[in-house]
Design a protein around this ligand. Structure first.
Ligand code: EZ4
Ligand code: CO
Length: 402
């Protein structure tokens, strides 16, 4: 079997998605998610100008060799843009492999270790009362785990918290919004929020919180320690992860579990965090973390250090990524939790999905490969729209230095 064609499909059903479609001489094709929020066109250019010409003629079965060809073979390796492209190629090839062998992806990577995948949803409120209401709604929707974010007194805009109840979308149309951030207001507010949540809803709900890398290590250590009485499932991205040693400080002060790495893209971003057991969950999604081939290695290494998966699953990753993540999460032993925000209804006009949410869990049917399809004609109805993630400054105007 040979790869005869590959194309990149860009569409914007409510938000931008980039999809790689790899086609073979036997008519079987595979899909990979290549969406990188706010940087979509860079991945498109890399795939079209550099990767696709080198894919033509290769045997799609050789997922391991092709992964190394595009990772090591390019010389200028790693980085979010190139790793998103490598991930999309890898995903599409595993999709083809499953279709050729007529079996779902999870069967190719260990079979089912569980029948369904525990997910967490988002409760984003304007203030404490609004946030508490939103948590209540998600409990009614059956969720066993909720990520809680809230507008903060003294901060005009809080990342990802919409002022008008729009669907979750941290990116804004056009150029990047400039927002202001004040860490001391934030640190004073968050423990009080979680105290209220526990008082209102009790001890059984799993609670998560995302710091979006806005603390220094010592600030994060204070937050993690002050949140201890509320037994978080995890505290996410407490600090920027580039300085891996920075996580030592948080660990020395707190038993709050730590998740990190939605912006990471290779195992080398994690090596110190793993070997010193400085974190508890890995966040790289299939679409940015090197695809199935690389994440199998990352999660295997993580399991040696008692670290579990907790993949990024925001709506700015496409249904192809979510389906691939469900297969992966069904298979690996050290699955922890999967982030889940339902895509807007309009996304279903382009993507035909094979997964289902029920009562706090996601499951997937047994269609071969990843099992998601794209309606290319329908995709044409939703052209790319420029959008960027916001930029943060301190209240005195200094660029935030995380
Ligand atoms: O900032 O998906 O854990 N989830 C998150 C998300 C990410 C966006 C970036 O595109 O942090 O809100
Ligand atoms: Co996050």
């Amino acid at each position: 079997m040979k790869i005869t064609e590959a194309k990149v499909i860009v569409c914007c059903p409510g938000r931008n998605f980039v999809t790689l479609k790899i086609i073979t001489d036997q008519g079987i094709f595979g899909l990979g998610d290549a969406t990188l929020n706010g940087m979509e066109k860079s991945v498109v250019a890399y795939l079209e100008n550099y990767c696709i010409p080198s894919l033509i003629g290769r045997d799609p079965a050789n997922t391991e060799d092709i992964w190394h060809y595009f990772y090591r073979g390019v010389y200028w390796r790693r980085g979010a843009v190139s790793m998103t492209a490598v991930s999309a190629i890898d995903m599409a090839l595993w999709d083809i492999k499953g279709k050729v062998l007529n079996t779902p992806l999870y069967n190719l990577i260990g079979g089912k270790s569980r029948d369904k995948v525990l997910v967490y949803c988002h409760a984003n409120g304007k203030n404490i009362d609004d946030t508490l209401d939103k948590v209540g709604t998600e409990i009614e929707n059956g969720f066993k785990a909720v990520r809680i974010q809230s507008g903060i007194p003294g901060i005009e805009n809080t990342y990802g918290v919409s002022k008008d109840n729009k669907p979750y979308e941290p990116a804004h149309k056009g150029l990047a919004h400039e927002e202001f951030w004040d860490t001391s207001s934030y640190l004073n507010f968050i423990p009080a929020l979680f105290k209220k949540v526990r008082e209102t809803y009790g001890d059984n709900l799993h609670l998560l919180h995302d710091v979006h890398h806005r603390c220094t290590p010592i600030e994060a250590a204070r937050l993690a320690r002050e949140l201890e009485p509320y037994h978080l499932f995890w505290l996410e991205d407490p600090v920027a992860g580039e300085l891996q040693e920075g996580l030592r400080l948080i660990r020395q002060h707190s038993t709050t579990p730590i998740a990190i790495g939605e912006v990471f893209n290779s195992i080398y971003d994690y090596s110190t965090l793993f070997s010193e057991q400085l974190i508890d969950y890995i966040r790289m999604p299939v679409a940015h973390g090197g695809g199935i081939t690389h994440l199998l290695k990352v999660s295997a290494m993580a399991s040696v250090y008692h670290i579990n998966t907790g993949f990024h699953g925001a709506t700015d990753l496409s249904p192809v990524n979510l389906a691939a993540a469900i297969h992966f999460n069904l298979a690996v032993n050290n699955f922890g939790i999967q982030e889940y925000m339902p895509h807007q209804e309009i996304v279903n006009e382009v993507f035909k999905t094979n997964y289902q949410y029920e009562n706090g869990f996601l499951s997937i049917d047994d269609s071969p490969g990843i099992g998601v399809d794209i309606d290319e004609k329908s995709a044409l109805r939703f052209p790319y729209t420029m959008a960027r993630l916001p930029v943060n400054r301190k209240t005195d105007g200094t660029m935030f230095n995380w």
